[in-house]
Design a protein around this ligand. Sequence first.
Ligand code: NAD
Ligand code: ZN
Ligand code: ZN
Length: 424
Amino acid sequence: MKALIFDKSKTDWQTSKGFELVDVPEPVLDEKENAGDSEYVIMKVHYAGVCGTDKGIWNRVAFKDAILNSIDQEGNSKQKTVNSNQQTADSKQQTGNSKQQTADSKQQTGNSKQYRIIGHEFFGEILKVGSNVKNIKVGDFVSCESHVVCQTCYNCLRGQKEVCMNEKILGISHDGGFAEYAKVPQHIVWKTNTGKIRPEVAAMQEPFGNAVHAASKVNLKDKTVAIFGLGPIGLFLTIVVKGLGAKMIIGIEPNPVAAEMAKKLGIDYVVPLQNTVDSKQNTDKQYAHNQAVTDEIKKITNGIGVDVSFEMSGFNSSVNNCLYATRRGGEIILFGIKTGDFVFEDFNRLIVHGFDIHAVIGRQLWQTWETTRALMENTENGVQEKLFNVILDRGHETILPISDYSKEKFEEMMAKHPKFLIQF
Ligand SMILES: NC(=O)c1ccc[n+]([C@@H]2O[C@H](COP(=O)([O-])OP(=O)(O)OC[C@H]3O[C@@H](n4cnc5c(N)ncnc54)[C@H](O)[C@@H]3O)[C@@H](O)[C@H]2O)c1
Ligand SMILES: [Zn+2]
Ligand SMILES: [Zn+2]
């Protein structure tokens, strides 16, 4: 099958870029070989969404250790299986019938898989189910929670699966959905009613859920809100925050295409951001807030600052922009991610201003998905129209058939469209 991968055996992380389009073996359910497969399903992927996380992997600025280490771990566990097969084979050899098995084991050793299939936002149809799969059947249309959780750790047992202590992430530490077929455990599968949610929108449930989860941390009714970063998740958040009755929403975003989209979604102001680093007087302090931006936000809010700030870009200076744009006693939600250390500017200010700070990861299982479904299935609130007509521009140049993939085309689409889908 066709898949977009990072191949550790052929590509050096440090010096490479992008995803390779290759033919890889189709996933199989083989319960005789692996009893765990009874809990898995195989789905035909129809649409897969590309997001900031994938851009981070494409540019090799995020998830290096998680991807490389998990590929090694999979190799090691396969090696163990091979070794134990070998032992079985050796003991059978004594009874004289195992030459073939030994040869098979050797072949597996040579074939140890060295790649990761990328992609964690996808939608498709169930093709096969393992013998222990309940409530999901062949022909169901589904999307997936991207965190493959253990369901047995301290946090999972207390209902905090989004912070599972043993999780794997699709497209990072577990094979994902930038492929014709995906094999996933039943406990992350989310059924979707295509009579109510169109497939292209259904493929965005996972990242839309991020925005729903972030918004759920605070009461937004009648609040003034700033959203720092209007990438896809910041745009989704604009829809959700507006729906929850915020009094005013201010976006902060350098990309004019994203800023225009946010205006179509009903944002009240977008504060442009140019050359943030160069415009700082002291270039050593690339982490520092941007005075022009925070002054503008203060001006719009009559000198007070916003009640709630959402950091949705993952830049250090943007985190500090939140700290300088939020009123004393206000709330700050940190969501954007980058690898490495960040600096809190003038740390004592953070305490003295009495901020409430929240960090948000993933989606709550399954509360966030239920809210997402309710928002998307509702025919009155315009959420689906905003997602399809505005953010996906009705599919105009925002859907890439996998047969048209090239690295150049993919880069062009990442630069042009805050959100786009791959069609398999
Ligand atoms: N916490 C989580 O569970 C979680 C999940 C998914 C993604 N993420 C992270 O959240 C962030 C947003 O995701 P996305 O898919 O929308 O990403 P994205 O990278 O597509 O969007 C980021 C946006 O921020 C803008 N931007 C750049 N510099 C900025 C600055 N200094 N101030 C304000 N905006 C700036 C960019 O132009 C872009 O539009 C990323 O950092 C991503 O890695 C977090
Ligand atoms: Zn994503
Ligand atoms: Zn767990």
